[in-house]
Design a protein around this ligand. Structure first.
Ligand code: FUB
Length: 345
């Protein structure tokens, strides 16, 4: 609902009609990456704050400084804030903007993956390691070699391989990496270096992780998102093309890559038969929420699938003060996903 003026929104009614409530309301949380570890739900969100930064199309007002892990004993249980799990001041290579994180478990350790702007103003992706799913996490001294842009999502495949999906446009800087190196020209324009409308859209990135989960095991590569004719989605197809917020889940041996379309505010999905794709556009998962951004994860808890997402209704539309929510997600018989309306009429 971002095209609507904030002044026109009746927030009391909207919050009454929301299909779900904020999981926590004493802090602002966003970009929820949910996992079911050892019979408990753990959510790794961004921790939104108002740092007083001016709004711009590069997202400078998303000036987050730390991460809190939220846990739930079951889907209906109270969500618990477990305090600061990692702070930017404890990450030697990072300067600011602790954006959307994710987590993974392997061999008794928990890994927190997170993007942040390094001291040279370039987004990189780092990893921090802990003994508990709620942290604390100790950051590696350097960002992951060869990493860039934002929004890491780490997917464990059934064969024990782990893959990181990442990338985000505009403030997420993906468009600056088209030549394989960071293009520092026109630093103030979010849309410089974006392909023309009739060119192929910018694509999300995948890299297989090393056995230690601390490095990439291969050069990051693009994954293709195709239309119904097998052609790459175009940059001008803004209702369907990738913008940010990668996520991967596997259902009935099919790989579902889901993502946000950014400036058109949808969460969409595309289907493939292996982690690298290509993926064919499948449809919308979530209609626009209150606030500019939309970002989600999909997690199976016991036998039920859930969509974790966020909106800005608790802050009455302040786009960088968001709240994490959860609702059920339904895979239909034909393999498609039922589109979710975040507010009932
Ligand atoms: O939270 C900061 C940024 O906003 C995330 O990295 C994007 O996915 C968007 O949700």
């Amino acid at each position: 609902m971002p095209e609507e003026s904030i002044d026109d929104i009746d927030f009391t009614k909207l919050n009454e009609n929301a299909i779900s409530r904020p999981l926590v309301s004493h802090i602002y949380t966003a970009d929820p990456s949910a996992h079911y570890f050892n019979g408990k739900i753990y959510i790794y969100p961004s921790h939104d704050v108002d740092a007083g930064e001016a709004f711009d199309d590069l997202g400078s007002h998303f000036a987050m400084e730390d991460y809190h892990v939220i846990s739930m004993d079951s889907i209906d249980a109270e969500a618990v804030d477990n305090g600061v799990a990692l702070h930017v001041t404890d990450v030697p290579w990072a300067e600011k903007q602790m954006w959307a994180p994710d987590a993974a478990y392997k061999d008794g350790k928990y890994y927190l993956f997170f993007p942040a702007k390094a001291h040279d103003g370039v987004f990189r992706i780092g990893v921090a390691v802990g003994d508990s799913p709620i942290g604390p996490f100790i950051a590696q001294p350097e960002a992951i070699k060869g990493s860039f842009s934002i929004d890491p999502a780490v997917f464990e495949d059934g064969d024990g391989s782990y893959y990181m999906y990442f990338g985000g446009l505009w403030g997420g800087q993906l468009q600056r990496w088209r030549s394989g190196k960071f293009n520092a020209e026109s630093p103030d324009s979010p849309t410089a270096h974006i392909p023309k409308d009739n060119e192929g859209a910018l694509l999300p990135i995948i890299a297989k992780m090393s056995d230690t989960l601390l490095e990439f095991a291969e050069e990051p590569k693009e994954i293709e998102i195709l239309d119904e004719n097998g052609d790459l989605l175009l940059a001008g197809d803004t209702n369907r093309r990738f913008f940010e917020a990668s996520w991967m889940h596997k259902y009935n041996d099919t790989y579902y890559f889901s993502y946000s379309t950014g400036d058109t505010h949808f969460i969409c999905y595309a289907i493939g038969d292996n982690p690298y794709g290509p993926f064919t556009y499948g449809g919308k998962i979530l209609e626009p929420v209150v606030g500019w951004t939309s970002h989600h994860s999909i997690c199976k808890v016991e036998d039920t699938w859930y969509l974790f997402y966020h909106d800005s209704s608790l802050s009455q539309g302040v786009t960088h003060l968001r709240s994490v929510k959860v609702t059920e997600l339904e895979h239909l018989e034909d393999g498609s996903i039922r589109t979710i309306e975040p507010y009932s009429k």
